[in-house]
Design a protein. Structure first.
Length: 446
């Protein structure tokens, strides 16, 4: 009997799941091919809609899809990766109090571990701020918004009330702008229930270190978005860097490139800071033996890691070698393109055929900026306002791999047109620590 070919995919995000599904399609009738997927969670999270979960526009369970319903022919492990050993071709997974660790041996490996929030060494900011990477992050932020409104409603001291109702979003990219827009919409809509808070009391601030928001967009679109956000009541501070946040006061200063004559530090009283200022590859990659640049694994034009045949890195955790002049922003559409090529090249290697180089035509980009308005750049055309918002929602609906979830999200958006926001606060603890077992013994999976 021919020995099995074992393909292991690390990461349950867009890149990892798309790659796994494509491999299942290629090898659906070949029993000698064994596909395994490892993920921290047992679901795929549709991250572009996290800001809408925070604002209550979309129901949380509608943007998560169980991995076992998407990848029906693969073996799935919901465990944390402890070690990647490309020399001996195995990956070790952490054990739990109920289960021993697992060591999985492979013939072909795809690393799609994504990224984590980059705080640039600001430990006090990391300790006190909110992020937007997980479903728990979005729900925690939603609870925070409601909590601040509840406290401000009956607060008689004006200074404290202002601090309660000031919300700072750090980062003027996709995540920051979309999060700020959703926060602003939610707060203003919720005022129907809070009679002691006026619209002028709400203070949402975007802080961006660069000289404009939404870098990479057409300048005309950036100008439209900037003006629209300000018209909706959002204050935008450009060329500004956050240097500290103790949970009560945000300390900012002008960047070195700023032309402003004001160089001293500025204090912004606020209890709520949302950090959306950048990402960095996960720690397990930084500690690996792979050659990296800025924490990302260097790959060749086939998305294969040099010196490790059959090992691929895709999505946010990878970058092309400097000799390859290809650079794209880390988006879901790029992760999808990476996933398709990695799966194709693994199929080609197994079938002893020629691999294909990465070639990609950028499809454009889109962002929503609140109040059912957005900006879109596609096929050389620019679209703004409500039409751009419609393009955004239809594009992301089409990318959801589950018809049921598409319908549920579509219904959420339509219901939001006719009914007031729900201001119920979810009862759960924000920080839940997982306990992992010491790796004294493992199950070997061959």
């Amino acid at each position: 009997m021919e020995p099995k070919k074992r393909i292991l995919i690390l990461g349950g995000g867009f890149a990892g799941v798309d790659c796994t599904r494509m491999l299942e399609k290629y090898f659906q009738n070949r029993d000698e091919i064994e596909i395994t997927l490892v993920s921290d969670d047992n679901f795929l999270l549709f991250t572009p809609m996290l800001p809408q979960v925070a604002s209550g526009t979309v129901t949380p369970r509608h943007i998560v899809m169980p991995l076992r319903s998407l990848c029906k022919k693969s073996r799935i492990y919901e465990l944390v990766i402890r070690d990647i050993d490309p020399v001996n071709k195995h990956v070790t997974l952490e054990g739990t109090p109920e289960k021993r660790g697992v060591r999985i041996h492979y013939d072909y490996l795809v690393i799609a571990l994504g990224s984590e929030t980059n705080f640039f060494g600001l430990q006090n900011v990391e300790k006190h701020s909110f992020t937007m990477k997980t479903l728990a992050d979005a729900l925690s932020l939603r609870n925070r918004l409601i909590d601040m409104l509840e406290q401000a409603e009956n607060e008689t001291r004006e200074e404290l009330k202002q601090r309660l109702l000031t919300f700072v979003v750090v980062g003027g990219g996709f995540a920051g702008v979309e999060t700020a827009g959703e926060i602003n919409d939610f707060l203003h809509d919720a005022l129907n229930y809070y009679h002691n808070i006026n619209k002028v009391d709400i203070n949402v601030i975007i802080i961006e270190a660069l000289s404009s928001i939404l870098p990479g967009f057409n300048k005309k679109l950036v100008k439209f978005a900037h003006n629209k956000l300000e018209k909706n009541g959002i204050k935008i501070l450009l060329d500004t860097i956050v240097s500290s946040f103790d949970g009560k006061i945000v300390i900012v200063k002008k960047s070195a490139k700023s032309t402003s004559t004001v160089k001293s530090k500025i204090s912004i009283p606020s209890y709520t800071l949302v950090w959306a200022a950048g990402v960095t590859p996960v720690e397990i990659i930084k500690k690996s033996i792979f050659k990296t640049m800025k924490g990302q694994i260097i790959v060749n034009e086939f998305l294969e890691i040099p010196n490790f045949s059959g090992v691929f890195a895709i999505g946010d955790c990878s970058r092309f070698d400097e000799s390859i002049n290809k650079s794209y922003p880390p988006t879901a559409q790029l992760a999808e393109a990476h996933a398709k090529l990695a799966a194709y090249n693994i199929k080609q290697i197994i079938n002893n055929n020629e691999k294909k180089k990465f070639e990609y035509n950028w499809k454009g980009q889109s962002a929503i900026i609140g109040k059912r308005s957005g900006i879109t750049e596609v096929m050389g055309c620019t679209v703004t306002g409500f039409l751009a918002w419609l393009i955004w929602i239809n594009y992301y609906l089409s990318k959801m791999p589950n018809l049921e979830k598409r319908l549920r999200v579509w219904l959420d958006w339509n219901i939001d047109l006719f009914f007031r926001r729900d201001i119920s606060r979810y009862g759960f603890k924000r920080n839940v620590l997982k306990e992992y077992q010491e790796l004294d013994e493992v199950d070997d999976v061959w």
